[in-house]
Design a protein around this ligand. Structure first.
Ligand code: KG4
Ligand code: ZN
Length: 369
């Protein structure tokens, strides 16, 4: 962090996101603490990776290089502005696939240098954490359930650089479990949306799958056993009918829902609210696009008297609007980065907790890795 510069209002920020298999650029305005998305362009690489059943880092990095210039120009054109109208440029600097992260960060640095704009090197996870603030007034502090292809964490978000990890997965991320379940069910890649779609016609009670760590103390997660149990049931059935696939997907999704609700309930207790204080809960990340899981979490909030927030579906998966917003919020506080900002494959939101308990796998190792 290079430190302070005089903050200005409004902030008009170009955001760049290239940490995985989406090349994205967006323009966000932040004025009087309110965000407005002027454009959000996402070029997905799904087709390039689909034959391999997961993201291939080298292919991802090359694909980002090929399209990023065009995507940036498209984002500016759709926003109806030029480089001269910007007050800053923000790029994801990690965590993620390092080749891709370098493409976006270097492009951000080049724009910063050429246009004399302040640079913000954004933590991709902070982008997800702030994503509900793109559309709603969600004041700090709040409880965040971050569920994506590489991450599954509960965090107390008290502000920028003020995240406390309450719990995390001890093995697989939840999106990774969705992707692997989809593979076992022959639903292809990416798996989450396919499992959700198929599960709509399924019986969630047909298979008695495990609910790892449910009822245990604390807020940690585990999904490896659940994923294996799905594979075992599928193998026992042999050839899977449409109905088998739907029932297995629905049973898996119900188990995930039970675990998320249980762990989030524990985290609500850990937030330590004063009597009468209203809690705020946010679910974000790619898996937050799952409507069945959203409604389970909303029901938990209703039952506990907490206010529920989730980003619009377009801002759940990887996008650059959330990166532009994180950049704008940082710029509004006068926080900028130098041109020697590092691209980081790993970058935990709560560095202290990650140092204290390094056995937590905060990095990406699933299909999205
Ligand atoms: O946030 P994201 O786009 O990338 C990461 O930062 O990881 O999350 C992608 C993950 C994938 O594992 C994908 O299968 C999962 O989110 N996902 C879903 C759904 N849509 C995406 N999982 C369950 N249900 C969905 N509807
Ligand atoms: Zn993400």
């Amino acid at each position: 962090m290079s430190g302070q510069m005089p903050p200005s209002d409004p902030q008009i920020v170009l955001g760049l996101e290239t940490s995985c298999d989406e090349t994205a650029a967006a323009v966000v305005v932040l004025q009087d603490g309110r965000a407005r998305v002027l454009s959000s362009i996402i070029a997905s690489q799904i087709e390039a990776h689909a034959p391999y059943g997961g993201v291939v880092p080298e292919i991802a990095a090359r694909a980002h290089v090929e399209v990023i210039d065009r995507i940036i120009l498209q984002a500016l054109a759709e926003a109806g502005i030029g480089f001269d109208d910007l007050t800053g440029v923000a790029a994801t600097a990690g965590p993620g696939l390092i080749g891709g992260v370098m493409v976006g960060l270097l492009t951000g640095k080049a724009i910063s240098l050429a246009r004399d704009l302040p640079l913000v090197a954004v933590n991709h996870l902070e982008g997800h954490a702030l994503s509900p603030r793109l559309e709603a007034d969600v004041p700090f502090p709040y409880l965040l359930l971050l569920v994506s292809g590489g991450h599954c964490q509960l965090l107390r978000v008290a502000g920028l650089d003020a995240c406390e990890r309450l719990g995390s997965t001890i093995d697989d991320a939840v999106g990774e479990a969705f992707d692997k379940t989809a593979k076992v069910l022959g639903l292809g890649y990416p798996g989450g949306p396919a499992v959700e779609r198929s599960a709509r016609a399924g019986d969630p009670k047909r298979f008695d799958l495990p609910r790892p760590l449910k009822g245990r103390l604390g807020c940690d997660f585990s999904f490896a056993g659940l994923k294996t149990a799905v594979a075992r049931e599928a193998a026992a059935l042999g050839t899977l009918s449409e109905q088998d696939i739907a029932d297995l997907g629905a049973s898996f999704q119900a188990a995930v829902g039970d675990v998320l609700v249980d762990r989030t309930g524990h985290a609500m207790d850990k937030m330590g609210l004063e009597a009468g204080e209203a809690g705020r809960f946010v679910v974000a990340g790619g898996v937050a696009a799952n409507l069945a899981l959203r409604s389970r979490l909303q029901a938990l909030c209703d039952q506990q008297g907490w206010t529920y927030f989730a980003p619009a579906l377009a801002y759940c998966g990887d996008n650059a609007a959330m990166i532009a917003l994180a950049g704008a919020e940082r710029l509004a506080l006068g926080l900028t980065d130098d041109l020697d900002a590092q691209a980081r494959p790993r970058w935990p939101l709560d560095a202290e907790a990650a140092r204290a308990a390094p056995m937590y796998k905060t990095g990406r190792k699933g299909a999205k890795a």
